[in-house]
Design a protein around this ligand. Structure first.
Ligand code: TYD
Ligand code: MG
Length: 436
């Protein structure tokens, strides 16, 4: 037996409260070890060596699903014999998305098998009827992955959907389904199957913080493409994001709206994430597309010895850094305040360009000053309080102008975009106050 971190797969012979691999707390769980420590080094089969010029260089045809937002995130379609991991919170819509995608592939004559380890065939059918999946989609409700692959061996489909990796298992391993070793082994088995039989495989992985199911992070290096499905379960909008893609750009996003008939692609989503909640509006750039998001902050007096810092959708370390910068350069105290930060609509913002908007939201709540409703904020803030330029500023500002915003607080290097937008240029964070 050994202990494995359920987040990153770190192995330890004894239990530890904190994983030395990734720093998560309470993530190590005991698991049976599966590898045989076989000393004999005699290989049963030989590997094949190729000269690079023997390899055909034709760009392989991609499989298109017809769901434009989905195909775009994949880089223009699915590469044959590739492995795609789709991660996301439970209930976000992964199964729904894949059923719809399956329909698209079926309509284009590709054979698809949907392996459901979570739902019975009747439940899959019910959902399929809602989203209009085809009658002839082949479904398999089975948790034993070896059995499934043995069945598919003779007549492999072009596309296999495994929903989810945490609910399938290999009976020859003694560890429980959902454990790191099961998840990793099942995925490598799928990888081999995919490359040998030329099957593209979608692997669904639930991401949970509770540690009961293995985080799909252990799979990221194994697969060709990693997509994350994010959004607020209670809200209608969902964002599909590529975080790794061996065959296309990352940072491209696909936006969908969850309806009673499944997911509807949103082709022009730039204003959809504005909630009108009085937060600071940040013109984000997702891949090539501008997207306006609202950043909300609440700063209140704290009664705790160490005040709360809660951040949803924005890096908590970066929030701490910005608070320190505001404290140092504007002389405002935050050490005695609880700070809550939220990106509206369940989006995750990873760009430093959001710094100015975050600072504006924090200042607005700290000083009890409302933000002008027609203003956007865009710029990176450095440790010494300087405001730095960002990439793609023109595209961002053009979109803000198109959506009716009138003013933008931006770094001094900014050039005015086409359209009517007043630029309020600042070089230091102190100047932000003057515009609130
Ligand atoms: P689901 O695809 O089951 O999520 P996941 O596979 O990521 O766990 O989606 C579940 C949610 O989506 C569920 O709360 C119901 C909702 N939903 C709709 O609103 N409309 C629909 O047409 C479908 C199929 C689901
Ligand atoms: Mg599901």
């Amino acid at each position: 037996m050994a202990y494995y971190c359920q987040e990153c797969g770190y192995r330890s012979v004894k239990w530890l409260g904190r994983c030395p691999g990734c720093g998560s707390w309470d993530s190590l769980m005991e698991e049976a070890e599966n590898f045989s420590r076989n000393k004999s080094s005699k290989a049963t089969r030989k590997a094949r060596l190729l000269r690079l010029d023997e390899v055909s260089a034709v760009e392989t045809q991609r499989y298109v699903s017809g769901l434009g937002e989905f195909d775009r995130v994949l880089g223009g379609g699915l590469i044959p014999a590739s492995l795609v991991l789709i991660g996301g919170d439970p209930g976000i819509g992964k199964s729904t998305l894949l059923l719809q995608v399956a329909r698209g592939y079926r309509e284009r004559g590709l054979s698809v098998v949907y392996l459901s380890g979570e739902e019975s065939p009747a439940q899959v059918r019910l959902r399929a009827e809602r989203v209009g999946a085809p009658e002839d989609l082949r479904v398999c409700a089975e948790n034993d992955l070896s059995a499934v692959l043995a069945t598919l061996e003779d007549e492999p489909p072009r596309i296999l959907i495994v929903d989810s990796i945490q609910t399938v298992y290999l009976p020859e391993l003694s560890s429980a389904p959902g454990s790191v070793s099961q998840v990793r082994e099942a995925a490598s088995r799928l990888l081999r199957f995919s490359k040998e039989r030329e099957v593209s495989v979608f692997i669904v992985g639930h991401v949970t913080k509770e540690g009961a199911l293995a985080g799909p992070r252990v799979l990221e290096h194994l697969v060709d493409v990693v997509l994350y499905f994010e959004g607020e379960r209670s809200g209608p909008y969902r964002v599909l994001r590529a975080v790794k893609n061996r065959f296309g750009p990352v940072d491209e996003i696909g936006v969908f709206e969850m309806s009673d008939r499944g997911l509807i692609p949103v082709e022009n989503p730039s204003g959809f994430f504005l909630s009108g909640g009085g937060g600071a509006v940040f013109p984000a750039l997702e891949g090539t597309r501008p997207l306006l998001v609202e950043i909300q902050a609440l700063v209140v007096k704290s009664y705790l010895a160490s005040p709360r810092r809660t951040s949803v959708g924005f890096d908590p370390w970066r929030l701490s850094m910005l608070l320190a910068i505001l404290e140092k350069h504007l002389g405002l105290s935050f050490y005695d305040r609880d700070v809550f930060l939220n990106v509206a609509g369940g989006l995750k913002i990873r760009e430093p360009a959001a710094d100015l908007a975050v600072c504006a939201a924090l200042l607005s709540s700290r000083l009890d000053r409302g933000l002008p409703a027609d203003m956007v904020f865009c710029g990176e803030v450095g440790l010494s309080g300087e405001v730095r330029g960002v990439i793609g500023l023109e595209t961002r500002l053009k979109e803000a102008a198109r959506l009716g915003f009138k003013k933008a607080v931006v770094p001094a290097t900014a050039r005015p975009p086409k359209g009517h937008l007043d630029l309020l240029k600042i070089t230091r964070i102190e100047e932000l106050q003057d515009h609130l």
